[in-house]
Design a binder for this molecule. Sequence first.
Ligand code: HDD
Length: 697
Amino acid sequence: MTQNNKKNEVIKNSKNMQLNEYRVNNNGQSMTTNQGLRVSEDEHSLKAGVRGPTLMEDFHFREKMTHFDHERIPERIVHARGFGAHGYFELYEPLTGITKAKFLNDTSLKTPVFVRFSTVAGSRGSSDTVRDVRGFSTKFYTDEGNYDLVGNNMPVFFIQDAMKFPDFIHAVKPEPHNEIPQAASAHDTFWDFVANNTESAHMIMWAMSDRSLPRSFRMMEGFGVHTFRFVNEEGKSHFVKFHWKPVLGTHSLVWDETQKIAGKDPDFNRRDLWDAIESGNYPEFEFGVQLLKEEDEFKFDFDILDATKLWPEEMIPVQIIGKMTLNRNTDNFFAETEQVAFHPGHLVPGIDFSNDPLLQGRLFSYTDTQISRLGGPNFAEIPINRPIAPVHNNQRDGMHRMTINQGPVSYHKNSLAGNSPEPAPEKKGGYAHYAEKVEGHKIQARSDSFKDHFSQATLFWNSMSAVEKEHIVNAFRFELGKVKSKEIRQNVVDVFSHVAEDLAEQIASGIGAKATEGKATGVTASSPALSQENSIKTARTRKVAILVDNGFYDNEIKQVLQALAKAGVTADIISTKLGPIASENGAVLEPDYALLTSDSLLYDAVYIARGRTSVDQLLADPKSIDFVKEAFQHYKTIAAVGEGNELLAAAGIKLDASSAADRGIISAADTYDLHAFTKGFVMAIAQHRHWHRKLRS
Ligand code: HDD
């Protein structure tokens, strides 16, 4: 083993090995109290007689109950619902001369990471598929200390100054008088905020777009949002924006589907991530940076310190420099995902802040929130938060202190302990803040360069495909349609009249409001990178529902399953009931789900197998017809063979030989070329959705 490889192994495993210290396995063990005393009885409290009162001296009962009574900690004020996983980061290209961060310079390193994806507005128990921004937080356990990239799946934000964050969050959260609605922005206070705070216009365009409805956490982009700084060995700085690009492409659900999934499987996104990792389909995200020279700071028609602006990729390309792979689920949700504490101010040498006023405010908020959520200042000692780099300082005591610091000295400078721990000079890895020159008056105001609230909202609108535009208009109509105040609805239309006339008109005509002409920015530029339709398309890891019952053709199912598996597509067998089903020649298949416990909402594609008896049984259950109908309405690929085509007809899907394939319907007669059929099926699945299909054709 070379030196580098050895190092690799150590780094790769060190977080996992560190967690080993804390793992507890109860298998084969006797039950004890928290004091280690073996317990002989765990079902009956100690009573004075079998029908008598419970006795106070039952310490096991008291301990069990006290612990239970305190099992919850405050949920996060935002991003309460989330899901985490472990993995590692590998560097393709060293950023030599750009940043001195070691994990971005040494391609032989595998840096352990923990990632938490989240929604923003909902409570911990809310549904995964609501219309919302998704959090995308990554903790890199580097050997220079933890580096946290606490981002979202959208590259901009609602507000420009952190001072407004509590207001914005109050407006989007359930209204305080009745705590309605849960995990939804479709209500009066949110849209009243939007109408009165026009800096939110660009982010609202993203929030009303399909980006708010990710098909999977594995199919979302991630963004650091703010402009940060890279600093090199010589102390020279570049501005930088961070990007995560999913290897499977960026894809979304459709609105009708998300609302129904919220009932059918509120854990849809977290289950998808868990299952993907368990089955070895490790989610992968490439890491990209947009770099800007210090001297180019003022070359743009937007301010790079303004978090409501993105850097168009066509203007400043994203350089892909590495990849993150998520390959391990948590052992325990609470210990890891709930207790993980991210902070945009957890940095390593070579990475620094910009003066973005949103970022500056975040630097205060995150530690503050951890202190109340995690019960004191020692949250960094919780196993998931502990760095793999050694920790030495003079901080002592506090709630839940784990470290047993030795010796009498807890101050700096000292002679008694040889002045240790001693600050490390920059050359020896000590963090030194970038020596930016700053001058100015103390002032509570915003720079004029932050005043353009609409140009990039128009850029975003211009960059959308016709289908994406239609989804945005429908989202506005839905959200504003739920707003009771007519005045607020009109005020919002007035705001979006600044973005684009056709947008404002279409919103207005759906909600009984009026758009005003002549106010729009007139921006004509577009940025193709913003449209999801230009994203990577692949069938890999997509899920197919196979509808089948007794009397199927064994050989056909086997070959289709093989072809799907070869393309990396997973499949579930769904039948009218659970329990083994038999083919026409007696071969047996075990269904994964019955129609009752399944739904096409939970799949990317449907396949209806041939077989007279099989299809007759399916046809006799109306759920199978709804299954196919909804898959069609949600633009999903549907394949049918032989008699299976009758289920298409029963679902009202008329086949038009000239355009059927185009609409993602792969239909075959009894005798057909199986190879060509499966190839066409996989290609159609890779398209994600067949948007041009007309509803209920
Ligand atoms: Fe924040 C959590 C992302 C602005 C204050 N934020 C939180 C999480 C994410 C973000 C992903 C969840 C972390 C996790 O998984 O545990 N926040 C962002 C982004 C922002 C942003 C991308 C803008 C670019 N946030 C923002 C502002 C403030 C906060 C302006 C306050 C000044 N955010 C918090 C917080 C949270 C938080 C209250 C709640 C739970 C936590 O920190 O750990 O401190």
